[in-house]
Design a protein around this ligand. Structure first.
Ligand code: CU
Length: 171
């Protein structure tokens, strides 16, 4: 009976190892991990809540929002909808969030569409919020106005659509 017992022990241990392996795979941020929700919308009040976290991860040396840089994240909001942005900072230096018209703009595209003092930004660990109303359908830029950051790729795309539903896309 000893041989049979050893075999069954082996089987049990193998099963446990497999389970540990699966748990490790799930915890490692693999494809099984659900994507975080960066955009939530409420059609009843025509309002959108957008989370923008600076230096979300190490992508592009931390010069990213939500892990995306150089226009790879595209947020679309219909004309007239209210947008509340929660701008976080998980980096090692100051960052800010603003919506501007084009690459060289230091002024915001919509009244109130920036964190306070966006050129100096705010320190790591902080969170700042702002609210604005999307207007003038067209393509805009989510950017960090701290010197040199936009140029390093710390920007994404913001589109005001003339209708439809809010959307967020990556690629
Ligand atoms: Cu920055």
């Amino acid at each position: 009976m000893r041989a049979a017992s050893a075999a069954s022990d082996l089987k049990r241990i193998a099963g446990q190892l497999l389970l540990v392996g699966l748990l490790a795979a799930c915890g490692g941020g693999g494809t099984g991990t659900p994507a975080p929700v960066f955009l939530q919308s409420d059609p009843a009040t025509k309002s959108v809540s957008l989370m923008l976290t600076s230096s979300y991860n190490s992508a592009n040396a931390g010069f990213n929002f939500n892990g995306y840089d150089s226009g790879q994240m595209v947020v679309s909001v219909p004309d007239g909808w209210k947008v509340t942005v929660t701008c976080g900072n998980k980096g090692t230096g100051n960052h800010s969030c603003a919506i501007v018209k084009s690459v060289t703009d230091q002024t915001v595209a919509f009244p109130g569409a920036n964190t306070p003092d966006p050129v100096h930004g705010f320190p790591p660990g902080g969170t700042q919020t702002f609210t604005f109303t999307a207007a003038n359908p067209g393509t805009y830029r989510i950017t960090c106005l701290v010197g040199g950051h936009d140029g390093a790729g710390m920007w994404d795309t913001f589109i005001v659509t003339s209708g439809g539903e809010p959307q967020i896309k990556f690629g």
